[in-house]
Write a new protein. Structure first.
Length: 64
C-alpha cells in the first residue's frame, strides 16, 4: 500500500528535488511469474491466466 504523500515525493524526484521519503518500486515480474508457476510462453498465449496471476500477486503482496 502506498504511503500518504507518495505522489508529492514522485513529483519531487522528477523535478530533481529531495523527497520527504524515497519512493521505491518493486520490479518483480519474474518473481511474480515464479510464484504463480506461469511461464513466459503462457503469458503470451493465455490472457485469462496472465490476468489472474497479476491479480493474485497484487492481492498477495499488497502491490499498488
Amino acid at each position: 500500500m502506498a504511503y500518504t504523500g507518495v505522489m508529492d515525493d514522485l513529483r519531487a524526484c522528477c523535478n530533481l528535488q529531495r523527497p520527504a521519503r524515497m519512493p521505491l518500486f518493486a520490479i518483480g515480474l519474474e518473481f511474480d511469474m515464479r510464484v504463480a508457476s506461469i511461464t513466459r510462453r503462457q503469458t503470451r498465449v493465455d490472457v485469462d491466466r496472465t490476468v489472474q496471476y497479476h491479480v493474485d500477486t497484487i492481492r498477495r503482496f499488497d502491490y499498488d
